[in-house]
Design a protein around this ligand. Structure first.
Ligand code: GDP
Length: 341
């Protein structure tokens, strides 16, 4: 009987031929979706050897990166993120743009499923030849979930995607991580859903370049307009943004495709304005440096956990510190010296 394994499954299980990294990167740079998928699978692998191969590919791709607009999209579950991404994605592909959708959900794992795990949430976009949708990597990724997403962005750019949408779940650390990898941050909200900030932390509001009040249609239109005024007032109280561009508040109905074009115009204006002031490139440079520091911290933590002698000493030092037998500084010094040996 013929094997039902897909190419990617064979590749994951090592049943396929050895990879020619040079050829794979060239195919990716030529825009091959299958090469892009394979490379992201390497980036997301839990195997060290795959991670090393992925790094070689990314280095080769780097000169071809940087030309997209990277958008972060967040909001509580049910606010309409998938519907909005589908509407915006279709709008953009209808304008001839290539759109990639990635997700960040550090809590997700293959068994638990993930946001975007169900591609049927984006019915039309998932069959659009100019769109590429990739669910959140699982938590066992070599190098960490957020690093994997950062690297996937670079691969999508090298493959020629013009707009990269990164969806995140609006409730935790992942927003801050995503904020550090995008040019523009969109926060989706609902009108009249009780608590003014709907569980969205103040810090997340502060990150937003655009607050979009979704489901603004029918009976919900007036409450949405009222919410727009309230958020506009609330945003005035926040410190000015580094971009020097004040955040916008708009209404939309992702379901009815209303307000999508206005939202996109805002994003385009932001990009052209920040490119002319130099902020756009400066922010990306800073983000690359942030990624470096993130990787260093991640790598140190991995070494702490994987070296049994260090892990044992760390446990002892935790005990000593909590019992006030030594200072955190002195204990840290001992651990760092062990790491550097
Ligand atoms: P997510 O969890 O944030 O990704 O939200 P979904 O996109 O899955 O949407 C949650 C529900 O809200 C679905 O039933 C959507 O059809 C609905 N929805 C999304 N956008 C709109 C909208 O603009 N208007 C209305 N009325 N419903 C919407």
């Amino acid at each position: 009987m013929q094997s039902k394994k897909t190419a990617i499954e064979k590749f994951k299980t090592g049943a396929a031929k050895p990879l020619n990294l040079h050829q794979l990167s060239n195919e990716l740079i030529d825009g091959s979706i299958s090469a892009l998928s394979k490379c992201i699978t390497l980036v997301e692998s839990s195997k060290k050897a795959h991670k090393a191969e992925a790094q070689k590919i990314i280095e080769k791709c780097l000169p071809h990166t940087g030309k997209s607009i990277r958008l972060g999209i967040t909001g509580v579950p049910g606010v309409g993120k998938s519907t909005f991404i589908e509407a915006l994605g279709k709008y953009l592909t209808s304008k001839g743009k290539k759109v990639a959708v990635l997700a960040v959900d550090p809590s997700s794992s293959l068994s638990k499923g993930s946001i975007l795990g169900d591609k049927t949430r984006m019915n039309q976009l998932s069959i659009d030849p100019n769109a590429f949708i990739r669910p959140s990597p699982s938590s066992g990724v070599q190098g960490g979930v957020t690093n994997a997403t950062r690297e996937s962005i670079l691969l999508c750019e090298a493959a020629g995607f013009d707009v990269i949408l990164i969806e995140t779940v609006g409730v935790g650390q992942s927003e801050t991580d995503v904020y550090h990898m995008v040019d523009f941050f969109v926060l989706l909200m609902l009108a009249g859903a009780g608590d003014e900030l709907q569980g969205i932390k103040r810090g997340i509001m502060e990150m937003a370049d655009l607050v979009l009040i979704n489901k603004a249609e029918g009976d919900n239109l007036n409450p949405a307009k009222q919410a727009r005024r309230e958020y506009q007032n609330a945003l005035h109280l926040f410190p000015p943004k580094n971009s020097k561009i004040s955040p916008k508040v708009q209404i939309c109905s992702a379901l009815n495709n209303e307000g999508i074009d206005r939202g996109w115009k805002t994003i385009e204006n932001f990009a052209s304005e920040t490119k002319s002031t130099g902020f756009f490139d400066l922010q990306r440079e800073k983000q690359a440096v942030t990624a470096l520091h993130h990787s260093i911290r991640y790598s140190i933590n991995q070494n702490l956990a994987s070296n049994s002698a260090i892990a044992k000493t760390l446990k002892e030092k935790e005990e000593e510190v909590s019992q006030k037998k030594t200072t955190p500084f002195k204990a840290a010094d001992t651990i760092v010296k062990m790491l550097l040996k």
